[in-house]
Design a protein around this ligand. Structure first.
Ligand SMILES: Nc1ncnc2c1ncn2[C@@H]1O[C@H](COP(=O)(O)OP(=O)(O)OP(=O)(O)O)[C@@H](O)[C@H]1O
Length: 267
């Protein structure tokens, strides 16, 4: 059983810089196998956090990037045709539930609602997963936990999790870290000095103030890590910022100029 999951164990300790009491809260939630929702904008550390927690707890982690074409079968499993006949193949959710992994559904809101409801019986005290096509009822392994990520900024009325789904989860809020912590993260992840990392964070903070005023999302920590990585490879700072911080988030010439100007203030 452990063999099937071998590739899902995180071998090296991921670097995760806590920003509050999220580690303790998650550990307590895992202790009672509470399904968890990690809320926050893209690129602010949710995936890194769940990787870190899986490592810390010594549990395998199965991650699924959700999208609107995903069907319940993609999560649960399906019959496959092979030369020997038909064969059932567990989907990632079933595998995690059966064998006892943490299952991380990234951006679950992207999945259609008929897909999302398959997680319901796993997220209440029944902890079961009916495989209707196969006629099997999987009882979740004691180590199994479901974790979903959710970006509240993206949601529209058409695309939101149903209350009946939301209310099955405990939730942790994530956001871009404070200036000093984000500087530390960018410096650690990329090897640039604290001075350069701090300037990158200041540029991001300016852009984040423009969210809702022409920008859909601010510059994320992930983007700062990209910028720092180029700079530490010797790319000139302004060019690195253009490529990694400005061009990806806007197509609007005025906004682009405003962001370029913010870059020039610091580099
Ligand atoms: N608290 C943190 N500690 C360490 N690294 C961090 C932290 N926050 C962000 N990072 C860095 O930012 C990058 C992006 O974070 P991550 O991939 O976890 O974002 P995310 O919130 O899961 O985004 P998405 O919702 O798009 O999947 C990480 O690869 C890591 O380099």
């Amino acid at each position: 059983m452990r063999d099937q999951l071998a590739e899902y164990y995180i071998k090296e300790a991921p670097y995760y810089r806590a920003t509050g009491d999220e580690i303790e809260l998650y550990e307590a939630a895992y202790g009672v196998r509470m399904p968890m929702m990690l809320k926050g904008p893209t690129g602010c550390g949710k995936t890194r956090f769940v990787e870190y927690m899986a490592y810390k707890l010594g549990k395998p982690l199965i991650t699924v990037a959700c999208n609107e074409d995903m069907t319940a079968s993609d999560l649960v499993g399906r019959f496959l045709l092979d030369p020997q006949g038909t064969r059932w193949q567990d989907g990632p959710l079933t595998m995690a539930a059966r064998l006892g992994a943490i299952c991380y559904l990234d951006e679950v809101v992207e999945a259609r609602q008929d897909t999302t409801v398959v997680i319901h019986p796993l997220t209440d005290n029944r902890r079961i997963l009916p495989l209707e096509k196969k006629g099997e009822l999987v009882h979740a392994h004691p180590d199994f936990q479901l974790v979903i990520s959710y970006n509240p900024g993206y949601q529209s009325l058409m695309k939101d999790l149903k209350q009946s789904t939301k209310q099955r989860f405990g939730a942790l809020d994530f956001n871009y870290p404070d200036h000093a912590i984000e500087t530390e993260i960018v410096s650690h992840e990329t090897g640039v000095g604290k001075d350069v990392a701090g300037k990158l964070v200041s540029i991001a903070e300016r852009a984040r103030n423009l969210k809702g005023h022409g920008l859909d999302e601010g510059i994320s920590t992930r983007m700062l890590v990209y910028a720092g990585s180029l700079i530490s490879k010797g790319v000139e700072a302004k060019a690195a910022c253009r490529v990694t911080l400005v061009r990806p988030i806007t197509d609007d010439p005025d906004m682009r100029d405003a962001l370029d100007a913010a870059v020039t203030t610091y580099f």
